[in-house]
Design a protein around this ligand. Structure first.
Ligand SMILES: NC(=O)c1ccc[n+]([C@@H]2O[C@H](COP(=O)([O-])OP(=O)(O)OC[C@H]3O[C@@H](n4cnc5c(N)ncnc54)[C@H](OP(=O)(O)O)[C@@H]3O)[C@@H](O)[C@H]2O)c1
Length: 348
C-alpha cells in the first residue's frame, strides 16, 4: 500500500473511532437527562404467542426473553451452542423457569456467523409446527478484530445484518401465516444509535470491508445503518403487499452489557465503568424495554417502519431514510445472500 493510501486509511479509522465516541458521549448525556420509560399498552395475557429472540441467552436479549416470558409468551432463544458462555446461558434459562415455573422458554442452536447454521435453526423451528408472532433480531457483536466468516463476510456485517436478513426471509412465510388483521406478526430489528454517524453509502460498493483498510468501528456502525435501512425497505414492501406483518427498529440505548468486550481497556476504565457506576449507562433490563414494547404493546399494533428509542418513536438518521440507497442496499444484500430481491412479496 502506498504512503498516501495508508495515510487515508489511518485517517478513516481514526475518524470512525472519533465519530463513535462523540456520539456515545452525546447519547449518554441524553440518557442522563431523560427518564427511562417502561413498555406500555400491554394488556391481558399473551399466552399462546410464540417469539424467537436471537442472542436471547445473555445480555439485553436474555432480559427481552425473560420479560416476554413474564407476559406469557413462549420464547425460543437462538443461542450459539458452542459458545463459551453456553453453561451461563443454560443457567440463566433455568433461572427464568425457576422464577416462573409456567414459563415456556427453550433454546435452539443458532450461529449467525454461519448461513448453514441459520438454515438449520429455521428447519428445527419449523419442525415444531408452531406459529410465530414475534421475531426479535437482537444478537450482535461490536468491534471484534477483522474476521471473515465461513461464508466469506466480515463478521459484524454477517452477525448484525446479513444473518438476520436471511433468518427473516426464511421465517417470512411463517410470520405471514401467523399475522392477522388485528394481531400482526412483529419483527423487531435491534439497531444502535451509532447508525447516526455511519456514512455507509460511500462504502456501499465495499459493503463487505476488506482487511487492508478495515475499521471495526466503521463496520459496526455501517452494519447498524444497514439494519435500519432494510427495516424501512421491508415495511414499504409490506405496505404495498398488504401482509399482516410489521417491521420496526429498536434502539436499546447505551447499556452496560457484554457488548463492550472488544473495546480498549482505556475506554472501559475511563468511560464504560464510570458511566455504569454513575447509572448513566442503562442496565440490560432497561435496554430490553423498547424491544418488549414493540413486541407486545397495543399502541404499535399494525404500525411498522419506525425507529424506537426509550419506548418512544424517534427519528433515525437522514441517510437511513434515503429510499434510493435503501433499494440499492437491498439489491446488494439479496445478491450476496443469493436471495430473490422480491422475496418479501413472492415468498409463498
Ligand atoms: N449494549 C449497548 O450499549 C447497545 C447499544 C446499542 C445497540 N445494542 C445492540 O443490542 C444487541 C444486544 O447486545 P448486548 O448489549 O446485549 O450485547 P451482549 O451482551 O454482547 O449480547 C449479544 C448477544 O448476541 C449473541 N451473539 C453474538 N454473536 C453471535 C452469533 N454469531 N450467533 C448468534 N448469537 C450471537 C451473544 O451470544 P453469546 O453470549 O453466546 O456470545 C449474546 O447473546 C446487539 O445487537 C447490539 O448491537 C447494544
Amino acid at each position: 500500500m502506498g504512503f498516501l493510501k495508508r495515510l487515508a486509511c489511518y485517517a478513516y479509522i481514526l475518524c470512525s473511532i472519533f465519530k463513535v465516541y462523540v456520539l456515545a458521549a452525546a447519547y449518554l448525556l441524553k440518557q442522563y437527562t431523560s427518564k427511562i420509560r417502561k413498555p406500555t399498552g400491554i394488556e391481558g395475557s399473551n399466552r399462546g404467542k410464540v417469539a424467537i429472540v436471537t442472542g436471547g441467552g445473555s445480555g439485553i436479549g436474555y432480559h427481552i426473553s425473560k420479560q416476554l416470558a413474564k407476559h406469557g409468551v413462549q420464547v425460543i432463544i437462538g443461542l450459539i451452542a458452542a459458545s463459551p458462555k453456553l453453561s451461563e446461558s443454560e443457567e440463566a434459562i433455568r433461572k427464568i423457569k425457576h422464577e416462573m415455573p409456567e414459563a415456556k422458554v427453550e433454546f435452539l442452536h443458532l450461529d449467525l456467523s454461519s448461513l448453514e447454521s441459520i438454515r438449520n435453526f429455521v428447519d428445527a423451528f419449523l419442525q415444531k409446527k408452531c406459529p410465530l408472532h414475534i421475531l426479535i433480531n437482537n444478537a450482535g457483536l461490536m468491534f471484534p478484530p477483522y474476521t471473515k466468516t465461513v461464508d466469506g463476510f466480515e463478521l459484524q456485517l454477517q452477525v448484525n445484518y446479513l444473518g438476520h436478513v436471511l433468518l427473516t426471509s426464511l421465517l417470512w412465510e411463517k410470520l405471514k401465516t401467523t399475522g392477522q388483521l388485528h394481531s400482526y406478526s412483529r419483527v423487531i430489528n435491534v439497531a444502535s444509535s451509532v447508525h447516526y454517524v455511519s456514512d455507509m453509502p460511500a462504502d456501499l460498493d465495499n459493503l463487505n470491508q476488506e482487511q487492508q483498510n478495515f475499521s471495526a468501528h466503521a463496520a459496526y456502525m455501517h452494519s447498524k445503518l444497514a439494519v435500519v435501512m432494510a427495516t424501512y425497505y421491508l415495511q414499504r414492501q409490506l405496505n404495498r403487499d398488504g401482509h399482516y406483518i410489521t417491521v420496526n427498529v429498536a434502539d436499546p440505548g447505551v447499556v452496560s452489557s457484554g457488548l463492550f468486550k472488544y473495546v480498549s481497556g482505556f475506554v472501559k476504565c475511563f468511560l464504560v465503568r464510570p458511566a455504569a457506576a454513575l447509572g448513566i449507562l442503562w442496565t440490560m433490563e432497561d435496554g430490553a424495554y423498547t424491544s418488549v414494547h414493540l413486541a407486545l404493546s397495543s399502541e404499535v399494533e399494525g404500525q411498522g417502519g419506525r425507529y424506537f428509542f426509550n419506548c418512544t418513536n424517534a427519528k433515525s438518521s437522514h441517510l437511513s431514510q434515503n429510499v434510493y440507497l435503501q433499494e440499492e442496499l437491498w439489491h446488494k444484500t439479496c445478491d450476496v445472500l443469493h436471495l430473490d430481491v422480491n422475496w418479501p412479496s413472492t415468498c409463498t
